[in-house]
Design a protein around this ligand. Structure first.
Ligand code: PMV
Length: 381
């Protein structure tokens, strides 16, 4: 079977997998009795970049290993949700950057159907949703993380405003993280500022497979100043989606070893983040990026998402670090684009390096400047 046909087959297979019911947060009391309200809520929510990668999942959106990321500052989604009583069956109209997008609209409808046990009021409402991203769709920034976290926050706000639930801010964000995760795994980490983990870390009772956990306690201040210069090597649509990539881990012969490695990497990385051990940070971050892509290369069917220019940049980062001693690390998402991570104090040196040596390998000189951010913001509408 050709790679393409196999991937289409796998994609259909996973699409048809029957979801296991959601048990946590199911609440039949969240149903409107009497007059059904109308209203509007809005949130801004950021994307994130993983340092220890989530790759491989079980039903329903349970990660096979814990992950940790930086929340970004400039790359975010703004989502406005208008709701009103439905005349018949709950309907969703979705627009992205001012244009109606039925494909995303259908995905959101499916997502809403899947979370009805959590929010039974969904079936009593029609929704008009307007979203916009601050970054181009093709930029290799996880728009699903910012988009799904913004949407989950809007739904939690509808609950809060109409049912007067949530005793604490923590309980609000935890539920939003739970719901964001069901839309896109990595979105579970976009609900908090700074460093955020998702997935149970052995020996750490504060972490969970169901939602993200902020990890900013005692983090060395250098890490909270980190910049992320995103070098766009290829702006095209990637050939293999993350959903298929996660699924291919089921038969990857190295999967179990990888899941164990991620457990130990995340524990070591948390120590490095607290002690300010930059060398360890660089070592784990880069190894995680290459391991993610090694998992793609050792899947069956195998595939490659890095491009020749991705490797050109990586080689130059190695050389630059060796010759200058400047603490700079690269990481990769499930795509060819490079995220360069470095503390604010070396910003001017790194900018010169990017201009002189790395820009030549980018697509149309596309570079997005981002840094560690402060998490979601509720918008007044
Ligand atoms: O959230 P998803 O299903 O798009 O998967 C994201 C996977 C990676 O971006 C490659 C890693 C991560 O932890 O964000």
């Amino acid at each position: 079977m050709s790679l393409y046909i196999t991937l289409v087959f796998l994609s259909l297979h996973f699409y048809n997998t029957k979801p296991v019911s959601i048990t946590t947060y199911n609440n039949s009391a969240l149903t409107f009795n009497g007059k059904i309200p109308e209203g509007k809520v809005a949130w801004q929510s950021p994307s994130n970049i993983a340092l220890v990668k989530y790759w491989g999942k079980k039903e329903v959106q349970i990660p096979c290993n814990p992950s940790i990321s930086f929340t970004l500052k400039e790359s975010y989604t703004e989502t406005v949700v208008e709701y009103k009583p439905t005349s018949d069956k709950s309907k969703v109209q979705f627009s992205l950057d001012g244009k109606i997008n039925d494909q995303f609209g259908d995905k959101i409808s499916n997502y809403f159907n899947s979370i009805e046990p959590v929010f039974p009021f969904i079936k009593q409402l029609d929704f008009t949703i307007h979203s916009k991203n601050t970054f181009p769709h093709s930029a290799g920034i996880a728009s699903s993380a910012s988009g799904m976290s913004a949407l989950a926050l809007c739904l939690c706000s509808i609950e809060k405003e109409n049912f007067n639930t949530f005793d604490t801010e923590d309980s609000f964000f935890q539920k939003a993280s739970f719901l964001a995760r069901l839309g896109s795994g990595s979105a579970a980490r976009s609900l908090y500022s700074g460093m955020v983990s998702w997935g149970t870390i052995e020996g750490n009772k504060e972490t969970s497979n169901l939602w993200g956990t902020a990890q900013n306690k005692n983090i060395h201040p250098d890490f909270l100043t980190f910049h992320d210069s995103i070098l766009i090597v290829d702006a095209g649509q990637k050939k293999v989606s993350s959903r298929i990539g996660h699924g291919l881990m089921n038969n990857n012969p190295y999967a179990e070893t990888r899941f164990k490695q991620a457990q130990s990497n995340i524990k070591e990385l948390l120590v490095a983040l607290k002690t300010g051990n930059m060398e360890k940070f660089i070592n784990i971050t880069e190894s995680e990026a290459l391991t993610l892509h090694a998992m793609m290369m050792t899947s069956n069917p195998y595939y490659l998402l890095m491009k020749p220019n991705t490797l050109q940049i990586i080689e130059r980062v190695f050389d630059y670090r060796k010759s200058t001693g400047i603490p700079i690390a690269f990481t990769l998402d499930a795509g060819p684009n490079i995220h360069l991570l470095y503390p604010a104090k070396v910003r001017s040196e790194v900018s010169s390096f990017i201009q002189a040596e790395l820009k030549q390998f980018t697509h149309q000189s596309m570079i997005i400047e981002d840094k560690v951010g402060n998490g979601p913001v509720k918008l007044i509408v």
